[in-house]
Design a protein around this ligand. Structure first.
Ligand code: TNX
Length: 539
């Protein structure tokens, strides 16, 4: 109760209380459970030195003139505040040192004094009663250091109004860096549209789990969701439908820019996907010249796949692909995903011809070309550096195709549908979702090794993992949360934690301890019976 009950003018009393809390904590320390971090870091050691107590007077010190550190310190200050008047100050370290105070409260210090081996995303977080230090080589590392710090604080820090408690952090040291550079989630905003506010919520939850790629599936048979200059009908007509007959929607250029900016502030890069040549009914409805017979089909709001294709023999189609690509390149990001999945209506030669040319259209933009694994299966001659997203359950035959693509210079992002498709039901009780890839329980989604998935592919060719959430049956943010959590936390751990440090038992326990944090954040997660969830709402 220290911080909520006693304002700053009662500092001596506060200090006394603080030491009482410290004493209690150190007495309790030997019996306290090991702090549970998710994802598990590379190294974590806990000492019995006591706890650091955060108060509104805790200064957050950043290296002088370091705007990157200042911004991350601001994010941490927002988390630690119960309201504007309890927000800790962010201060440049030298200015702080110039005015020494005898009763100076212990600080939280951001430094760039981290080993080079941790790269730009790694960090060292050190907690002692007299100081917390976040050391990193770059702002991404500081940001990632704030997430375990957040987890070491009571869950009430996420929504303190309900049950304010002292903000204490156990003493110890955490060293971490991610296993993979691509740590993604895909959201299908085409089957059901999700507006910018809803996408921001998804981004916040991705950031909590230190994911860094948000792939937006921006077009499909049921809707077209992004403005493309020169093609207004795509959004005015194609943007007005969605599965089940709802009103749909689309992002204006300004909306999309804002999503990209919001994501980038949290070290998440948006990967836009326009699905071609199939999954294109919404484009065909709004743009008759993309159809071989020049006649627009009827809108489609069901959930079948594979029936649509743009006309691969018309030059208008390639002009269209050019304009789409140019727009996506202008909207920021380093990758352009052009789909390429499930085209049941085209002979394979036509498919290969189309995807080859689409890839050549992307090349001059300087963006990396990305597509679903059908491009490997059909031997599309991929340019070196292209990214293949492996989604279908791997068979010996598909592994061979993927290995061939890698041999020719492609890289893989792994999204195995029978493991981490977030739209696949958890178990027989799951009302939402599909079952075509079986059931993806919490353990199924966690307990696999990316290195062992595709025979004959070296680790160095695997960029990382990405969990897609297709939204045929998903219409609200609550639905998204229910299908994503807890499974997305497992994907984050797969992406961060070395295989040798992962085990289902350890993960299961740490996951159980994380439940109250999601609850405090109002996340509608699935309380799967595979996990023993810690009680919510108490500390
Ligand atoms: C397959 S995954 C699809 C999507 C569906 C999804 C449903 C992929 C590249 N294509 O069109 O929405 O299954 O799980």
């Amino acid at each position: 109760m220290v911080r909520s009950l006693l304002p700053a003018r009662f500092l001596p009393a506060r200090l006394l209380l603080t030491s009482a809390v410290l004493l209690a904590a150190s007495v309790l320390a030997p019996t306290m459970a090991q702090p549970a971090l998710l994802p598990a870091p590379l190294e974590a050691t806990w000492t019995e030195a006591g706890v650091f107590t955060v108060t509104p007077e805790t200064p957050l010190l950043v290296p002088d003139g370091d705007l990157g550190a200042l911004r991350i310190a601001g994010i941490l200050a927002d988390l630690l505040a119960f309201g504007e008047d309890t927000r800790p100050r962010t201060v440049e370290a030298r200015a702080y040192a110039r005015t020494p105070r005898l009763d100076a409260p212990p600080p939280i210090v951001f430094t760039d004094d981290a080993p080079d081996s941790l790269g730009v995303e790694g960090y060292v977080l050190t907690v002692a009663p007299e100081q917390i230090t976040l050391a990193a080589n770059a702002p991404a590392g500081w940001f990632y250091a704030t997430q375990p710090l957040r987890q070491l604080l009571p869950a009430a820090v996420e929504y303190a109004a309900a049950f304010p408690v002292p903000l204490t952090v156990p003493a110890g040291r955490v060293v971490d860096r991610p296993r993979f550079g691509w740590r993604g989630m895909m959201l299908d905003v085409a089957r059901h549209f999700f507006g910018p506010n809803e996408v921001r919520r998804v981004i916040d939850l991705m950031a909590l789990h230190k994911l860094n790629r948000l792939h937006l599936h921006l077009s499909d048979d049921q809707g077209w969701r992004i403005e493309i200059p020169g093609w207004p009908a795509l959004t005015e007509v194609g943007g007005r439908t969605e599965v089940g007959g709802g009103e749909g929607g689309y992002y204006t250029v300004a909306d999309y820019d804002e999503i990209v900016r919001y994501a980038a502030e949290r070290f998440i890069t948006v990967v836009p996907e326009i699905d071609l040549p199939g999954h294109t009914n919404a484009a065909l409805v709004s743009t008759p010249e993309l159809n071989c017979d020049g006649v627009a089909p009827a809108p489609y709001t069901g959930i079948r796949v594979g029936f649509s294709t743009v006309c691969v023999d018309r030059e208008e189609t390639y002009a269209f692909v050019g304009d789409v690509t140019e727009a996506l390149a202008a909207y920021a990001g380093d990758v352009i995903h052009l789909g390429g999945d499930e085209v049941h209506e085209l002979p394979v030669e036509d498919y290969r011809r189309f995807m080859t040319r689409a890839q050549e259209i992307v090349a001059p933009t300087g963006r990396t070309f990305m597509a679903w694994d059908e491009v490997a299966e059909t031997d599309v001659p991929l340019l070196p550096g292209s990214i293949v997203q492996a989604w279908r359950p791997v068979t010996p035959e598909s592994a061979e195709h993927l290995a061939d693509a890698v041999q020719n210079g492609a890289r893989l992002v792994l999204s195995p549908a029978d493991r981490i498709y977030l739209d696949i039901k958890y178990d027989s009780t799951t009302a939402l979702g599909l079952t075509w890839a079986g059931l993806n329980g919490v353990r199924d989604a966690y307990d696999w090794d990316p290195s062992a998935l595709v025979d004959g592919v070296a680790d160095s060719a695997v960029l990382g993992v990405e969990a897609p959430l297709w939204t045929e049956t998903i219409g609200t943010v609550r639905d998204i949360e229910f299908m994503a959590f807890p499974r997305l936390a497992g994907v984050a751990e797969i992406a961060w934690t070395p295989q040798a440090l992962r085990s289902w038992d350890g993960y299961r326990q740490r996951l159980g301890a994380f439940g109250p944090r999601w609850a405090a954040l109002g996340v509608q997660f699935y309380r799967s019976p595979e996990v023993e969830w810690a009680p919510e709402g108490v500390e």
